[in-house]
Design a protein around this ligand. Structure first.
Ligand SMILES: C[S@@+](CC[C@H](N)C(=O)[O-])C[C@H]1O[C@@H](n2cnc3c(N)ncnc32)[C@H](O)[C@@H]1O
Length: 256
């Protein structure tokens, strides 16, 4: 998550999370923090950001985590600010047989860790936002090509997909018990398949707004001079005329 510069370093709480950050393209107003959102709340006060974006956490969060995470994103968003979530499905489309086999292994592996790879549709990003009380929700579904048949985006998505499968090797082998050679052969076969079958991935994107406060915050009450104690006599009525004051006025009388 990219954050503006005014914040102190966040505590590094990540387990199984590598501190890998971009090194070449870093916008001047961005800095990168490592933080596990499940272990601790985000290290930002309530109502901090105008816009919060979260992308591709599908393989990291369990269904119950999703509800909590969207609420946490809402907490750090300003009233009237926007949250955007972008996710991908866990199986792609127009798959060749080996590509389909790879996605089946991935789904099985993540399922064994309690992860739902179909969060984009079950329950869906818009539903999660609605549950968290966001409003003006807009939801989009679109397919992006995987492979050279899809130009630059397709080439990048294919590289990303291959890197994902390779990175998942030990986890998949452990969870499914399949032979490593079989898994690696499937990755190689898939590189050709995605071009032949014109494979793609379905992406889900949702934007939602944190409701603006219905009433503007009240200005601080004026400093009323503290009355001198006057035992035995009635205290004066507050000097603020009740009709025009947004603050409650009090008539205090001493106990006789
Ligand atoms: C597929 S990558 C996506 C990275 C980046 N958002 C993007 O779209 O390029 C998934 C990221 O989620 C992070 N992640 C997984 N579980 C997390 C958690 N509990 N708290 C914070 N980040 C987590 C991983 O460390 C990894 O960087």
């Amino acid at each position: 998550m990219e954050m503006a510069n005014e914040f102190p370093d966040a505590t590094v709480t990540g387990i199984d999370m590598a501190p890998i950050f971009p090194t070449t393209i870093i916008p001047a107003n961005c800095r990168f923090l490592q933080h596990n959102i499940i272990l601790e709340p985000l290290p930002f006060p309530d109502n901090t950001f105008d816009y919060v974006h979260q992308r591709l956490l599908v393989a990291g969060l369990k269904p119950r985590d999703w509800v909590y995470v969207v609420q946490e994103l809402k907490r750090v968003t300003k009233a009237g600010g926007w949250i955007e979530l972008v996710e991908v499905d866990g199986h792609g489309g127009n798959n060749g047989p080996m590509t389909q086999q790879l996605w089946n292994w991935i789904e099985l592996t993540l399922k064994s860790r309690g992860i739902n790879v179909n969060i984009g549709t079950q329950p869906g990003l818009a539903n999660l936002m609605e549950q968290s009380g966001l409003v003006n929700i807009k939801h989009e579904v679109f397919n992006l090509p995987t492979g050279l048949h899809g130009g630059k985006i397709g080439k990048l998505l294919k590289e990303n997909e291959q890197a994902f499968w390779i990175a998942m090797t030990p986890t998949v082998i452990r969870a499914t018990g399949i032979d490593i050679q079989e898994y690696e052969d499937a990755i190689i076969a898939s590189a050709a398949e995605v071009e032949i079958y014109k494979s793609y991935h379905t992406f889900y994107s949702a934007c939602g707004q944190k409701p603006a406060c219905s009433l503007p915050p009240l200005p601080s009450p004026p400093q009323v001079p503290k009355p001198e104690p006057n035992f035995g006599e009635k205290s004066p009525v507050s000097p603020i005329p009740a009709l025009f004051s947004p603050w409650p006025t009090f008539v205090r009388s001493n106990i006789k």
